[in-house]
Write a protein that binds this ligand. Structure first.
Ligand code: GDP
Ligand code: IMO
Ligand code: MG
Length: 425
């Protein structure tokens, strides 16, 4: 497995948590490199269901070590609650989790600003953020006014935090939002910082040593998806980090050439939560059925996810940018009951045929999907343990999806459990 990156290749929620968990059986390290607790990665182990937001999904495998890299923005209270909940459920954390001293902090004022900015935007311009303070925290990082995990270890940290509260209150008042009380905020955060202190360290040397050691397998766990990438996604309806394979080097502090393998995760259809263009979105009974059968509700916010057919243009574009070597194709079982299934192979826009996602948001909003129809297989796939056992029509669908995207399927998922996974390669 060596040094492998797993990236969401649609608009997030592709099933990254499940794939990471399956592959962590052979991994020594699992590393998050971007995003924050806007992510919600679901892992089902036996009768237990875990939704991880900041902890790498490898935390559920006792032998894996986990890193929260420098590229993340970390909500200390959210992370503390998440880790304490895992500990209550019998998962040991001590000695296995390392938080980069360079990772940035998300503080209550970021969440307040996130909510207040969204509230001010008119309909059609709202992003539909998770309100986890992600955009404002990354803004502070770029503005060079953020606080980092390493600052928590400094003697004057509480003074730094109070100064930030005062500055942010000025911004909140411009937005007509209530101010925060610095004393109260510092007191509220103190227990979380005390809990997290032992985990904070310089993760860069330890990770680079692991990557140079040929006996160690390292998995990089992407959050969100390529279409939510700050550069390549449907800007401004995106998140604020580099969600693709390109984010690994800067978000974890490792050399790009040390990455051996990039696995793109795609659902056998498409979903999106939040606002922004979505060419294959369905508003009919098929769309409703995808949402119902796929149980498409946000793992972080509980919002219903918008659903549509597989978008080959999006997947092809994600594969090009990320250098995706193979797909993990998820939730094939959700398509089991459909009479007709469609794959979008191109977009038609202003009389032109497009095979890539355009940068212009207005152009993308005018794109109409060009579909190929497939006869459904109308039988359950969840019990299938090999490609041979799949119905012929399902095999045909997968083969065409590979052709349209130019990338082979290496992992096939036919149910949420670890056991419902077919590894082809
Ligand atoms: P992530 O953010 O990419 O980790 O994905 P989420 O956890 O937000 O959403 C994926 C959902 O699909 C979760 O509820 C998973 O348990 C579920 N899931 C993953 N793989 C499969 C699959 O192959 N079939 C079905 N039916 N559900 C799956
Ligand atoms: P995982 O890792 C799906 C979406 C939000 C919103 C946009 C910006 O579980 O796949 P933000 O709070 O990041 O500023 O919101 O990005 N979004 C996600 N959608 N899955 C996610 O994570 C997401 N994280 C953010 O809905 O549209
Ligand atoms: Mg999710």
């Amino acid at each position: 497995m060596a040094n492998t990156v797993l990236i969401g290749s649609q608009w997030g929620d592709e099933g990254k948590g499940k794939v990471i968990d399956v592959l962590t059986a052979d991994a020594d390290w699992v590393v998050r490199y971007q995003g924050g607790n806007n992510a919600g990665h679901t892992v089902e182990v036996g009768d237990q269901k875990y939704v991880l937001h900041l902890a790498p999904s490898g935390i559920l495998r006792p032998d894996a070590k986990c890193i929260i890299g420098n590229g993340l923005v970390v909500d200390p209270i959210g992370l503390t609650e998440e880790l304490q909940d895992l500990e209550k459920r019998g998962i040991s954390i001590a000695g296995r989790l390392f938080i980069s001293d360079r990772a940035h902090l998300v503080i209550q004022y970021h969440k307040e600003l996130d909510g207040a900015k969204e509230a001010k935007l008119e309909t059609g311009k709202k992003i539909g953020t998770t309100k986890r303070g992600i955009g404002p925290a990354y803004s502070d990082k770029a503005d060079r006014s953020g606080l980092r995990m390493g600052d928590v270890l400094e003697d004057d940290f509480e003074t730094m935090l109070r100064e930030r509260v005062a500055a942010k209150n000025a911004m909140l008042s411009v937005l007509g939002a209530p101010s925060l009380d610095a004393d109260e905020l510092v007191a509220t955060y103190r227990p979380a910082f005390e809990y997290l202190k032992p985990f904070i360290c310089d993760t860069v040397p330890m990770l680079n040593a692991a990557m140079r050691d040929s006996s160690q397998n390292v998995l990089f766990e992407g959050a969100q998806g390529v279409m939510l990438d700050i550069d390549f996604g449907t800007y401004p309806f995106v998140t604020s980090s580099s969600t693709g394979a390109g984010g690994v080097a800067s978000g974890a502090g490792v050399p790009p050439h040390a990455i051996d393998d990039v696995i793109g995760i795609v659902k056998a259809y498409t979903t999106r939560v939040g606002e922004g263009p979505f060419p294959t979105e369905l508003f009919d009974d098929d769309g409703k059925a995808l949402g119902k059968v796929g149980n498409e509700f946000g793992a972080t916010t509980g919002r219903p996810r918008r659903c549509g057919w597989f978008d080959g243009v999006v997947a092809r574009y994600a594969a090009m940018i990320g250098g995706i070597d193979r797909w993990a194709l998820m939730k094939l079982d959700v398509l089991d009951g459909f009479e007709t299934i469609k794959i979008c192979t191109a977009y038609e826009c202003d009389g032109e045929l497009l095979d890539m996602v355009p940068a212009s948001i207005s152009k993308l909003s005018r794109c109409k999907p060009v579909y190929e129809d497939f006869k459904g297989w109308n039988c359950p796939t969840t019990g299938c343990t090999s490609m041979d056992e799949l119905p012929e029509q399902a095999k045909k669908y997968i083969r065409r999806l590979e052709e349209v995207t130019g990338v082979p399927v290496a992992i096939l998922s036919v149910g949420p459990k670890r056991s419902s996974t077919i590894v082809l390669d």
